[in-house]
Design a protein around this ligand. Structure first.
Ligand SMILES: NC(=O)c1ccc[n+]([C@@H]2O[C@H](COP(=O)([O-])OP(=O)(O)OC[C@H]3O[C@@H](n4cnc5c(N)ncnc54)[C@H](OP(=O)(O)O)[C@@H]3O)[C@@H](O)[C@H]2O)c1
Length: 343
């Protein structure tokens, strides 16, 4: 539900005029009055010219404005925690890009800043929670029955020449699949075990195995160092249930559903392509949050915290720090797979 057409458009600030800031600005254009700020004032001016709106010199100037009700933080990960805390303290409703934070201490800072705020104070821009697979579960859930095993895979070639080079691939990119898994299996895991081959520095590929109290299991195979087709297309993931399974192209381009529920059958389906990446549905949820601060967005803080705790547990189980980095002393292709309980 989006705000009724006759309600006034909110004023939203997009902070961080880079790659994903452009996607947010395009989706918000025409549905909110826009204000832009970035590290370089020139970038904010360019966005204001392109999408329509006003350029501000920096975040503090944005936060001082009473008419700005929502702030989209599309900045690098190193800025997320401090900017989120500052925006909440200024009474703004926040949509912050994934991953919400880079380590457990920052997660605690955000949790502290949220105390006393309504559910609609903070949303994380985890678009995978809005992909058609989770948006329309009725199309496959009933056919496959109780979930037994979910295997998600995307091994691709992705360069990390900028600020991304400081973080592990699972934290920066694979978190999308952690969120997808959490959208499929909602119970809290009781065991997380991971393996990240490679030398010193942030991990670039890993396998995470998760066990749940019900006996269901999850697997995530994610990496940035594998030759692949553009976008990592034509790789497959699968969801297995008591009565059948759904095998899907990992981006959602097509799927095959096989079920025993009403006799043996299999159905091949292309797409659905409409809002394949979930960005538009995510923007609608954010706009609804702005019109009703009591509205709990699908991608709320509790989901983001659960996903990050899984990533941190995976790194811990493999002897890596919370940002996915192996200390130089541990360089070499060492297998670290001591399983640990998730506390
Ligand atoms: N959901 C998705 O599919 C998706 C896709 C891509 C990225 N992301 C996430 O979005 C975030 C940003 O990624 P990106 O790819 O857009 O990065 P990016 O292209 O580097 O853009 C970030 C922009 O923020 C500006 N900036 C840097 N530091 C800032 C600060 N302290 N305050 C204000 N602005 C600052 C920079 O612009 P100027 O220097 O020009 O001012 C920079 O261009 C990350 O958390 C990333 O994981 C999500």
């Amino acid at each position: 539900m989006v705000a009724p057409l006759n309600s006034p458009r909110p004023t939203v600030a997009v902070v961080g005029c880079g790659r994903i800031g452009r996607v947010h600005a395009a989706n918000l254009k025409g549905r909110a009055r826009l204000v832009f700020a970035s590290r370089r004032p020139r970038s904010a001016r360019e966005f204001a010219g392109r999408f329509g709106g006003e350029a501000m010199p920096h975040l503090d100037a944005v936060l001082a404005r009473d008419d700005v009700s929502g702030v989209v933080l599309a900045t690098p990960l190193a800025d997320h925690a401090a900017q989120t805390v500052a925006a909440l303290a200024a009474g703004k409703q926040v949509l912050v890009e994934k991953p919400l934070v880079a380590d457990p201490a920052e997660l605690d800072q955000v949790a502290g800043a949220l105390e006393g705020h309504p559910p609609g104070a903070l949303m994380v821009a985890e678009n995978y929670l809005y992909k058609p697979l989770l948006r329309r579960p009725e199309q496959w859930r009933g056919a496959i029955g109780d979930l037994r095993r979910v295997r998600l895979a995307k091994l691709t070639r992705q360069r990390a020449p900028d600020w991304r080079r400081r973080y592990g691939a699972l934290l920066e990119g694979g978190i999308h699949f952690v969120a997808l898994l959490g959208g499929l299996i909602v119970e809290a895991p009781d065991r997380v075990e991971a393996h990240f081959p490679g030398a010193a520095g942030p991990e670039r590929r890993g396998e995470v195995r998760i066990r749940y109290p019900s006996g269901a299991t999850g697997e995530i195979h994610y990496g940035w160092d594998q030759p692949s087709l553009p976008g990592g297309i034509l790789q497959h993931s699968r969801i297995e249930g008591r009565d059948g399974r759904l095998v899907f192209e990992s981006n959602g381009l097509y799927s095959v559903l096989a079920s025993r529920v009403s006799g043996r059958w299999a159905r091949f389906r292309i797409g659905p392509f409409e809002d394949l990446m979930g960005f538009r549905a995510m923007t609608r949820d954010f706009l609804r949050m702005l019109s009703d601060p009591g509205h709990r967005p699908r991608s709320d803080f509790s989901r983001a915290r659960r996903d990050l705790e899984l990533v941190f547990a995976a790194y811990r189980s493999a002897g890596l720090d919370p940002r996915g980095r192996r200390s130089p002393a541990e360089a070499g292709d060492v297998v670290h797979s001591a399983a640990r309980r998730v506390d």
